[in-house]
Design a binder for this molecule. Structure first.
Ligand SMILES: CC(C)(COP(=O)(O)OP(=O)(O)OC[C@H]1O[C@@H](n2cnc3c(N)ncnc32)[C@H](O)[C@@H]1OP(=O)(O)O)[C@@H](O)C(=O)NCCC(=O)NCCS
Length: 426
């Protein structure tokens, strides 16, 4: 019996959602509170939930779920403010009793083929552990700054910020979903994900009691300019005190600002709550305005970690769905073990910001063919959103440069003037 035999891939509907949740709790280590069930149902894209089920009693009880995953369709902002059809992969877990039998591999292949059939040109995800996904062709498409900011940091003043109004409210799907979606759609930062389609649209408002750890329910801060929302952030606070000195913490989750003044007003509020000593945030782009507005560059204690992982499913469609910043004409040989249609030699010609992408040789002919560059699909995922230079990957020995200077040519074309970031964690 081969290691992944004895299982089959199936779709999950509402009637089996609790079985799926059981696998998730086993895989992600935790015991959910009964009262949180509805929150999780609101957050999961049930219409695109999948699983692997035991079909052979040598594997376990026939019919039990051994692994699960779900995804949603969306559009992601790409460099230059364009958009690409995207699948957001999430909820992927394997019951510990069925680990290392290739079930993750089965599920990723299932996800790839279904996403490609739906016309989704890239797949993106957040990784629980950063080593898992490169083997499947995902590259680290963006990084994020995690920051802890002591109360009331001094900032370089931005004109107009003082005039903006502040609304502080309890985050509520009915009241705020459209407002957040409208603001997201106006952000031009590559990596921004527009609202998920189908079920699971509540995901960003999910607020299980079991995840609060003494914090308040999620609140939302909205900054308005003459009544028009120009920035928002989800946040919550927790009181704390020692020997009578109040030293609470605030946590900021998703946030976005349309301009410098809005960003400054937002962060002035988020870093200056009464009785709160420190504000923690994890969704800052590496070039977020806040980092430059702080007068003391060390005021924020920071750590840079991986943000979104990007996997090109359809190379030519993905590459033409973004803008470029320099003309170039480069050929590259691509390896792709999991989506063989992507393998081969490609030529990318950029003129006035737009790319034309043509196949020079398919996978079979590519072994003999030469190209300016050689790389794996995951390297294209790393540079796709424009946050990492292809030349850096060449300097690291990951991308092979056969024609001197061509890694730089493509790097300059692909680097984004604005660092990428996905600002909410799905
Ligand atoms: C991570 C997880 C999904 C892997 O599932 P699995 O069915 O055991 O994975 P597979 O058997 O398909 O493994 C495929 C390959 O990935 C490797 N791999 C699996 N988990 C890995 C990890 N955490 N880190 C690095 N490599 C990993 C395996 O060793 C295997 O390598 P091989 O092909 O060289 O033998 C599973 O262990 C799990 O549910 N973990 C907890 C939840 C989690 O982290 N989910 C991912 C959410 S982003």
């Amino acid at each position: 019996m081969k290691k992944s035999e004895g299982y089959q891939s199936i779709s999950i509907d509402e009637t089996r959602i609790d079985e799926l949740f059981q696998v998730v709790q086993w895989a992600f280590v935790g015991e959910w509170l009964k009262e949180d069930r509805q929150d999780y149902i609101d957050a999961i894209p049930v219409d695109r939930s999948r699983a692997v089920e035991v079909t052979d009693e040598r594997r376990g009880t026939v019919g039990e779920l051994a692994g699960v995953h779900a995804s949603f369709g969306t559009d992601m902002i790409t460099p230059g403010g364009r958009q690409v059809r995207t699948a957001g992969l999430s909820w992927l877990g394997v019951h510990p009793a069925h680990r290392r039998r290739g079930l993750m591999t089965t599920m990723i292949h299932d996800h790839f083929s279904r996403s490609i059939a739906r016309g989704e040109h890239i797949s993106v995800l957040y990784a629980m552990e950063s080593e898992i996904y490169a083997r499947f062709g995902y590259g680290m498409g963006a990084q994020t700054v995690k920051a802890s900011i002591p109360r009331g940091p001094r900032m370089w003043h931005v004109d107009g910020s003082d005039e903006l109004n502040v609304r502080l409210e309890r985050a509520d799907f009915d009241q705020h979903d459209q407002l957040v979606a409208d603001l997201q759609a106006k952000l031009s930062r590559p990596g921004t994900i527009l609202n998920p389609e189908g079920s699971g649209r509540n995901a960003r408002f999910t607020d299980p009691v079991g995840n609060r750890h003494g914090m308040e329910k999620w609140r939302i801060c909205i900054i308005e300019d003459a009544g028009e929302p120009v920035a928002y952030a989800f946040f919550r606070r927790k009181p704390d005190s020692e020997v009578g000195i109040h030293d609470g913490v605030a946590q900021v989750r998703e946030h976005g600002s349309l301009n410098a003044a809005a960003s400054q007003r937002l962060w002035q509020v988020l870093t200056d709550f009464d009785l709160v000593g420190t504000t923690h945030t994890e969704n800052l782009a590496t070039d977020d305005p806040l980092l430059f507005q702080l007068k003391d560059a060390r005021a924020a204690r920071t750590k840079v970690i991986d943000n979104i992982w990007v996997r090109l499913l359809n190379v030519p469609e993905a590459l033409v769905s973004r803008q470029y910043f320099h003309d170039c004409d480069v050929t590259f040989k691509l390896s792709d073990r999991h989506v063989p249609d992507n393998a081969g030699v490609w030529r990318i010609v950029v003129r006035d910001g737009d790319a034309t992408v043509t196949r020079e040789a398919d996978a079979a002919a590519a072994t003999e063919a030469t190209a300016d560059l050689e790389m794996d699909i995951r390297h294209l995922g790393t540079v796709y959103l424009g946050g990492t230079s292809l030349e850096a990957l060449s300097a690291a020995g990951l991308v092979k440069e056969n024609t001197p200077g061509q890694a730089r040519e493509l790097a300059i074309a692909m680097m984004s003037p604005v660092a990428p970031l996905t600002n909410w964690d799905f």
